[in-house]
Ligand binder design. Structure first.
Ligand code: NAP
Length: 514
C-alpha cells in the first residue's frame, strides 16, 4: 500500500477517505501524549482529516475512567495545540474516546482491549484498522509487543489493507545490539510494512522541503557534489537544559538523543542520491545506501573525528544556569554527554573528501537547527588581486527551526564609485511567504500512518546501519580517560575541542542564524 503514495505531492483529498481507524496509545497518561499526540489529533480533526469513524483508546497502568481521559485530552489541547480548542469539533471525537487500565505485561488487559475493539467492529458491521502508538519508555516496548502478538491484536486483518499498524517512538535501541534485538522482537509480531518507526524530524515541513529544494530545482543538483561543495555543517543546538526529562537524558545523552537518529536523517536527505521516484521504498533505499557509504570514524581522543562535551554553569540569554551535573535529577558524577560534534566522510563518487560536520548540544548560545552547505571559493583572482577584499564563500543555509527558511550568501558590490565587495543574503522565510500556522510534525506523521504511507518513517535496516556507525563511539567513551568528556560553558557554542576539530581541517563553525 505504501508504495502507491506520493507523499511529497500530498493530495489531502485522499486522506479525507482514509479507513475507519482505532488509535491505541500505550502510555497515554504521559508527556508526549499530552504535548504532541492529542494536539495533533485535534488539529487533524479540525481539518476534517481524521477518518469518519475514528476511535481513541488510551492504555496504561494508571487507573483512569473514560471521562477522566477525555477531560485530559481537552486540557492538553488547551495547553498545547497550535490552534484553539473548537469544542464542537472535539466533542464529536470525545464520544469515541476510551481508556483501558492495565499493566503492559498483563495479557488479560490486552485481551480486554481486543474484545472492546471487536465490539466496535460488531456495532459498525465491518472491519476497522488499528493503529498502535507505543508512547512509553523503551523498557516496556518488549512486553507490549509480545502481548500484541499473543492477544491476536498484531495480526488482526493481516493481509488486507486494514492490517494493524504500529508506531514506535524513539529511542530505537541504545546501541547496535539492542536495536537489532528490538527489530527482531517487533518483526516477530509485525511485518515491515506494518511498522512505523518515528523520527519526528521527518515530519517537519523544512525537512520535507529538503527534497523539494534539491530535486524540484534544477540549479542545485549540478553543483551538489565534491567539485563545488567544500564542506557541509549540520547544527542542532538547544538553549534549554534537561527540562524535566533528567532521568531519561542522563541515561541517553546527545549521541543517542539527537545524532544517531534526527541528525542522521538530516544528513541522509542532504547527501543521498536522487531517488528514482518519491515512493517510500525508493527514498528509503537511497537513504540506506548513503548511510552505508559513511566511513568508520577515527575515535582517537586527540585529533580524531568525534568530540564529546558536557556543560558547566553559565549564562543563557543573560540568566545564570547551573551545570549539567548540578541539574535536578542528574547524577552529580554523571559522564553523560550533552554535546557531540563529529566529522563524517562519505566514501562515494559524489562526496569523497567533503567533510560533513555535525554538532548538537544542550545549553548552547541559542536554539537553532540548520544545514549550511559551503561552496568552494570562486576560482581565479579577479577581485583578489588587490588583496583588498576577503571574499566570502557562497553558502546555502537551510534553517530548520526557528525562523524556517533558506538563505543564500552571495558577494555583492557595494554601490559607489569604488569597488567594494560585501557578502549579502538572499533570504526566503516560510512565515513571510506562506504564513506561520504550518502543521506540526506529529500531525503529518500520524496522518501518514493512518493511510499507510511509510516514507517519513525509519526502516529497520536504516536503524541498524546508523547504530553500526555509532555503537563503536559509545564503546570507546566507556574506556577513555574521563570518558572522553570535554566541558563547555552553558551559553557558549560548545567545547574548544569542537572548534579544533574544524580548525585542523582549515574550517570553522558558522555562527548559526547569521
Ligand atoms: N516527551 C517527549 O517530548 C518525547 C519526544 C520524543 C520522543 N519521546 C519518546 O516517547 C515515549 C514516551 O515519552 P513520554 O515523555 O510521554 O514518557 P513518560 O511520560 O515518561 O511515560 C509515558 C507513560 O508511560 C508509562 N510509564 C512511564 N514509566 C514507566 C515505566 N518505568 N514502566 C512502565 N510504564 C511506564 C506511564 O503511564 P502509566 O503509568 O499510566 O502506565 C507514563 O505516563 C518515550 O519512548 C520517549 O523516549 C518523547
Amino acid at each position: 500500500m505504501s508504495d502507491e503514495k506520493h507523499p511529497f505531492l500530498h493530495d489531502l483529498s485522499k486522506h479525507r477517505g482514509s479507513p475507519s481507524t482505532v488509535i491505541v496509545i500505550f502510555g497515554a497518561s504521559g508527556d508526549l501524549t499530552a504535548r504532541k499526540l492529542i494536539p495533533a489529533l485535534f488539529n487533524l480533526s479540525l481539518d476534517s482529516l481524521l477518518p469518519n469513524d475514528f476511535y481513541l483508546f488510551g492504555f496504561g497502568r494508571k487507573t483512569m475512567s473514560k471521562e477522566e481521559f477525555s477531560e485530559l485530552t481537552v486540557t492538553s489541547i488547551l495547553e498545547h495545540s497550535r490552534r484553539p480548542l473548537n469544542q464542537e469539533v472535539w466533542a464529536r471525537i470525545q464520544q469515541n474516546i476510551f481508556f483501558e487500565t492495565g499493566d503492559y505485561d498483563d495479557l488479560q488487559a490486552f485481551k480486554a482491549l481486543h474484545n472492546k475493539i471487536q465490539t466496535i467492529e460488531n456495532n459498525l458491521g465491518r472491519n476497522i484498522q488499528i493503529l498502535f502508538y507505543v508512547s512509553t519508555p523503551p523498557s516496556v516496548f518488549k512486553p507490549i509487543l509480545e502481548n500484541l502478538g499473543k492477544s491476536g491484536l498484531a495480526s488482526k486483518h493481516r493481509g488486507s489493507p486494514l492490517a494493524s499498524k504500529i508506531i514506535v517512538e524513539k529511542p530505537f535501541g541504545r546501541d547496535l545490539s539492542s536495536a537489532k534485538e528490538l527489530n527482531r522482537i517487533i518483526s516477530k509480531e509485525f511485518t515491515e510494512d506494518q511498522i512505523y518507526r518515528i523520527d519526528h524530524y521527518l515530519g517537519k515541513e523544512t525537512v520535507q522541503d529538503l527534497l523539494v529544494l534539491r530535486f524540484a530545482n534544477s540549479i542545485f543538483e549540478p553543483i551538489w557534489n565534491l567539485k563545488y561543495v567544500e564542506y557541509v555543517e549540520i547544527t542542532v543546538a538547544e538553549d534549554m537544559g534537561v527540562a524535566g526529562r533528567a532521568g531519561y537524558y542522563d541515561q541517553s545523552g546527545a549521541l543517542r538523543d539527537m545524532i544517531q537518529n534526527h541528525m542522521m536523517q538530516l544528513l541522509s536527505l542532504v547527501a543521498m542520491e536522487p531517488p528514482i521516484s518519491t515512493k517510500s521504498e525508493d527514498i528509503r533505499d537511497e537513504k540506506v545506501k548513503l548511510l552505508k557509504a559513511i566511513q568508520p570514524l577515527n575515535l582517537k581522543l586527540q585529533g580524531g573525528d568525534v568530540v564529546r562535551g558536557q556543560y558547566t554553569e553559565g549564562l543563557i540569554h543573560g540568566d545564570k544556569v547551573v551545570g549539567f551535573r548540578e541539574e535536578k535529577g542528574i547524577n552529580p558524577h554523571s559522564w553523560t554527554e550533552t554535546y557531540v560534534a563529529l566529522c563524517l566522510n562519505i566514501n562515494n563518487w559524489r562526496w569523497n573528501g567533503v567533510p560533513f560536520y555535525m554538532r548538537s548540544g544542550k545549553r548552547m548560545a541559542r536554539r537553532v537547527s540548520e544545514i549550511a552547505v559551503h561552496f568552494r571559493p570562486a576560482p581565479g583572482s579577479l577581485f583578489k588581486e588587490s588583496n583588498k577584499f576577503d571574499l566570502a564563500q557562497n553558502t546555502l543555509v537551510i534553517q530548520i527551526q526557528p525562523d524556517e527558511g533558506t538563505t543564500l550568501l552571495l558577494n555583492s558590490k557595494v554601490p559607489g564609485l569604488e569597488t567594494i565587495i560585501q557578502p549579502v543574503k538572499m533570504h526566503f522565510r516560510y512565515a513571510t511567504t506562506f504564513g506561520s500556522n504550518t502543521p506540526e510534525a506529529y500531525e503529518r506523521l500520524i496522518l501518514d500512518a493512518i493511510i499507510g504511507d511509510s516514507t517519513l518513517f525509519i526502516r529497520g535496516d536504516e536503524t541498524e546501519v546508523s547504530w553500526n556507525l555509532y555503537s563503536p563511539i559509545l564503546e570507546s567513551w566507556q574506556s577513555a580517560k574521563d570518558h572522553g568528556i570535554e566541558t563547555y560553558t552553558a551559553g557558549s557554542w560548545g567545547p574548544v575541542a569542537a572548534d579544533l576539530l574544524l580548525a585542523e581541517r582549515k574550517h570553522a563553525w558558522r555562527k548559526p542564524g547569521f
